[in-house]
Design a protein around this ligand. Structure first.
Ligand SMILES: Nc1ncnc2c1ncn2[C@@H]1O[C@H](COP(=O)(O)OP(=O)(O)OP(=O)(O)O)[C@@H](O)[C@H]1O
Length: 267
């Protein structure tokens, strides 16, 4: 398996609820070793699309292929061994510690009643470590701050050790350092482990800095996809957000970043 192998491909996918199509005709690919960032205005369908790719919502039309196999042909367990999904918000179970939660991430690899293997223990340790959640391991989830909880959920998803990661706004609630830490983890997972990462982000600066490819969703469709420099400089941003941005590369850090083309309100 080399960088660039397509792990997820949608073919003219329509996603939505009942008869209502939220996005239509979507051809999305998530290649191994790359971070693909989905951006778009509130309510444009980013979560709906991700949940459909994760098999949590039925496709209204078209198809999703995971590792070349039609999504519907994979059992729930087979899919969980390939693909992990971090939703935008999750129910917080009372009295469950972070370590217990992260252990759940291993269920796809062993039966509910099987004993933990060394591989399970190593995956749990690794997931807690890369998300900086080790100090939280023995605390109850319902006693954590929003950002600490977000790291615990992310660790749970990472412990699943899948080749495909779908993350819906993983930086929500996180302070500045932890936002960059999480995005660094995502990039490392892509580069070092050749994981195909599909990430929803609202912050276009994060998207510019960390995305190998951006996908702009608006008006019920993919408006544009490609390298951040091209996509951010295109009219898709103005169309999607009603605001264009200028793109610059910070000479100090090398980060590509962008600024809204609108001066602050003078008071
Ligand atoms: N369970 C549901 N049943 C019916 N409609 C829904 C449901 N969930 C979301 N929607 C609608 O689907 C549309 C897309 O919602 P979605 O959450 O996918 O958008 P989003 O791009 O992720 O938004 P945000 O940036 O605000 O998180 C919205 O109009 C929303 O009201």
């Amino acid at each position: 398996m080399t960088v660039g192998d397509v792990r997820v491909a949608t073919d003219k996918l329509a996603a939505g609820y009942g008869k209502s199509r939220v996005v239509d005709d979507v051809d999305l690919t998530l290649p191994a070793g790359e971070v693909t960032v989905l951006v778009g205005p509130n309510g444009c369908g980013k979560s709906t699309l991700l949940r459909t790719v994760a098999g949590l919502l039925p496709a209204l039309d078209g198809a999703v292929h995971v590792d070349g196999a039609p999504l519907h042909s994979l059992s729930r367990r087979a899919l969980s061994q390939r693909l992990a999904f971090l939703p935008q918000a999750s129910h917080v179970p009372a009295g469950v510690t972070v370590r217990e939660l992260v252990r759940h991430g291993r269920y796809a690899h062993r039966g509910a009643f099987a004993r933990h293997t060394d591989e399970d223990r190593e995956s749990i340790r690794w997931a807690l470590s890369v998300t900086d959640a080790e100090p939280l391991a023995d605390k109850c989830l319902d006693e954590l701050s929003g950002g600490e909880r977000q790291r615990a959920w992310l660790a749970t998803v990472l412990a699943q050790r899948t080749r495909i990661l779908l993350l819906d706004e993983p930086t929500t609630y996180l302070d500045l350092r932890h936002q960059f830490d999480v995005l660094d983890v995502v990039r490392r997972l892509a580069r070092e482990y050749h994981i195909a990462c599909g990430v929803v982000l609202h912050d276009l600066m994060h998207a510019a800095a960390y995305g190998d490819r951006l996908v702009v969703i608006a008006e019920g469709a993919v408006l544009r996809s490609g390298p951040p420099e091209e996509v951010l400089a295109s009219d898709a941003i103005e169309r999607a957000f009603g605001l264009s941005v200028s793109v610059v590369r910070d000479p100090g850090t090398g980060y590509l970043t962008c600024f809204p083309q609108r001066p602050p309100v003078a008071l």
